[in-house]
Design a protein around this ligand. Structure first.
Ligand code: SF4
Ligand code: MSK
Length: 663
């Protein structure tokens, strides 16, 4: 007890599993209900120390070859570490790293391919309920693809766009069309280092070939292929997914929502849509509002149907329809522990297999919907792309039928928080410049003038090896306190939402005076929710728009900007990190870094890449240190642009103002 009293506030927080109070409550409830959670498994099973640093090769059956970093290197005479085949530690670590990029790029891009296929069917009028919602965006994309739109009907344009966009996956040469959206200097850099992806699938397949036993055994050459595959994701598969989803379902505009487990309702049917793909969940939104479904729910004794989201599917439907979010990655089991989830409907990515086991302890029905993502023992209702509304209604019916089976083990945490979300690049443009002069100029002017110190993209997952949401929130609060505006996606954006950072009022409470002034004038939060994981491509486009607006250099690498994934865990995060680095962005990861077993490779990723592509990786586990490193980079870029003095003046003015206030 005395020891407990002596603990600092920080130590007390660190002994927690999460800083989210609703999650704490459900972790306690799970304990009482005898349910095993990810937190328990993470405690019981520590990560392999050799695997965690990237020093284990299991590429062939002569291995696995384990090459841990020596504990104490005798000065100047570290023994050369090689596998059975002679592969060096540089080759092995680089292989492991770029294979993570392949996995991540494949996931985003295969999601994008599915969207492109459905888009084409919808353009041909073959999917009832789906059509073109954002015509200007369709026309812009048509121009990107070089389509002569004069004299063409919207339907014809949509078909042509669908065909050309879909062809980007199987393209063999010529470069991806969307790369041309980047600043010209960026394109020159990519050409100089031969990094322009030839086709989305091609770069991922080639990466897998090169990392087979006995193929590419030059770590820099492997990282270059990693960049091609990652760029094929960021400026290809992900960007096309975002663009086509916006055209089909509407480009997000600011909308109010609410987030956390408190959005669940005891007296209604609760359906959670979880995963990443909005193709089906868009129709689940419609199905839950159909009068016959509501009547059916009432016939079972429920007051109505409450739809909520989880992970990035949640971001998609929150941004377009204001559907509430139940939580982020580490809350998927906890939502079921409330005892009120009648169906959890999953599509693809970030769905833990354990949700099926947790559901066994309550009444929840886990429903898989993608032929690519089944869970043993779970019910499968396949997404029928020619009639998604029918699939959606079947799912809603199943949830309603499950409602009477609820057990008595029910408890819904009270916590939920309002949010304002939906800041697509177009929205930022409009909000800053107004309808008739939409532009990034006010943003650039405020950066140049020093009110806004810089821009940070903070994205990515939760990780059961760190305190849930803590690094996201500590880092982001530190950034906005220092006048850095934050663009956020994925689970990071949800952590912000739960902590009230996605509200305009948060500017006055948390932001530095310069950033707060701008947020208050425009009416925006200091953290802008830009969507799901594939929507990180929106950040690339926003960065490009800032460059094109002028006054802040002529490439993304010139901007006072930085990226971070403080609680990352998925391969997709590594792909995102690499496409940001290869696009010129300083990018820092928390938790762990998968190459730390090899100093030479890590040095190349952290320093060498900057000489080539202008961006580089970095790593820190302490969120305050992460923020400091990002701000140091931002200040370095401000100095290079010659705008550091403007900020000093602003700071001086502020200090004077505070002094005056104190008198
Ligand atoms: Fe070992 Fe070489 Fe096989 Fe890798 S490829 S497991 S280093 S023998
Ligand atoms: S859902 S990839 S845990 S952000 Fe996109 Fe969250 Fe990471 Fe999945």
């Amino acid at each position: 007890m005395a020891d407990e009293m002596k603990k600092t506030k920080e130590e007390k927080v660190n002994s927690l599993l999460t800083v989210c109070e609703a999650s704490q409550e459900m972790i306690e409830k799970a304990k009482a209900d005898g349910v095993s959670l990810i937190f328990d498994r993470a405690e019981a099973m520590k990560p392999c120390p050799i695997g965690v640093e990237g020093s284990c090769c299991r590429t062939c059956a002569m291995g696995p070859c384990r090459l841990p970093a020596p504990k104490k290197k005798a000065e100047g005479e570290e023994k050369k570490r090689v596998g059975v085949c002679g592969a060096t530690i540089e080759t092995i670590t680089a292989r492991n790293f770029v294979r993570m990029i392949a996995g991540g790029s494949a996931s985003h891009s295969d999601h994008g391919r599915g969207v492109a296929e459905v888009f084409l069917l919808a353009a041909k009028g073959e999917i009832p309920g789906y059509g073109v919602k954002d015509v200007p965006k369709l026309l812009q994309l048509a121009l990107d693809f070089g389509i002569d739109i004069e004299d063409m009907e919207i339907e014809e344009i949509a078909i042509k766009v669908g065909e050309l966009a879909g062809a980007e996956w199987g393209k063999q040469e010529g470069g991806l069309v969307m790369m041309k959206r980047a600043p010209l200097k960026r394109q020159e850099i990519w050409r100089k280092y031969d990094l322009i992806p030839r086709g989305i699938d091609r770069e991922i397949v080639e990466l897998m070939h090169r990392t087979h036993m006995g193929v590419d055994q030059d770590y820099k050459n492997l990282i270059a292929q990693g960049s091609r595959a990652a760029l094929a994701d960021g400026w290809g598969g992900s960007m096309l997914a975002t663009e086509l989803q916006d055209i089909l379902f509407g480009t997000p505009v600011p909308i109010k929502g609410s987030i956390n487990l408190g959005v669940l309702k005891e007296d209604e049917i609760n359906i959670i849509v979880h995963g990443h793909d909005p193709l089906l969940s868009e129709m689940v939104v419609v199905a839950t509002q159909e009068p016959d479904m509501i009547a059916f729910a009432k016939s079972k004794g429920a007051k109505g149907i409450n739809l909520a989201g989880m992970c990035c599917t949640a971001n998609e439907i929150l941004m377009r329809h204001g559907i509430p979010i139940a939580g982020n990655f580490l809350q998927q089991e906890l939502a079921i522990v409330t005892g009120v989830i009648d169906a959890m409907v999953v599509d693809v990515q970030c769905e833990m297999q354990s949700i099926h086991d947790v559901a066994q302890c309550y009444h929840t029905e886990i429903i898989t919907t993608s032929p690519k993502a089944k869970i043993s023992g779970a019910r499968h209702i396949q997404f029928e792309e020619h009639n998604p509304l029918e699939t959606a209604k079947e799912i809603v019916r199943a949830a309603i039928e499950n409602f009477p089976k609820r057990t008595s083990k029910i408890k819904i945490p009270g916590q939920k928080c309002d949010t304002v979300v939906g800041f697509a690049h177009e929205t930022i443009n409009y909000l800053l410049g107004g309808m008739f002069r939409a532009s990034y100029k006010p943003l650039n002017d405020n950066i140049i003038g020093g009110r806004i110190r810089g821009i940070a993209g903070v994205v990515g997952c939760n990780n059961a090896r760190t305190v849930h949401d803590q690094a996201h929130l500590t880092l982001i609060k530190e950034l906005i306190k220092n006048d850095v505006i934050v663009l956020s996606t994925g689970c990071s954006a949800m952590a912000c939402g739960k902590a009230g950072l996605l509200l305009p009022e948060a500017a006055a409470q948390y932001a530095g005076s310069g950033l707060a002034e701008v947020c208050e004038a425009v009416g925006i939060p200091p953290v802008l929710h830009m969507g799901s994981c594939v929507d990180n491509s929106r950040i690339l486009i926003a960065a490009t728009a800032v460059v094109k607006e002028g006054g802040l250099g002529d490439d993304i690498s010139d901007l006072p900007a930085a990226g971070c994934a403080p609680e990352w865990m998925s391969e997709k995060a590594v792909a995102i990190g690499q496409y940001f680095v290869a696009s010129g962005v300083y990018t820092i990861f928390g938790t762990t870094f998968p190459t730390v077993g090899c100093d030479v490779l890590t040095e190349y990723l952290f320093k060498g890449l900057e000489q080539e592509v202008g961006g580089m990786w970095d790593f820190a586990t302490d969120p305050i240190e992460m923020a400091k490193k990002m701000i140091t980079h931002i200040d370095k870029k401000r100095k290079a642009l010659g705008i550091d003095k403007a900020r000093e003046r602003v700071l001086y003015d502020m200090a004077m103002r505070r002094e005056l206030e104190a008198v």
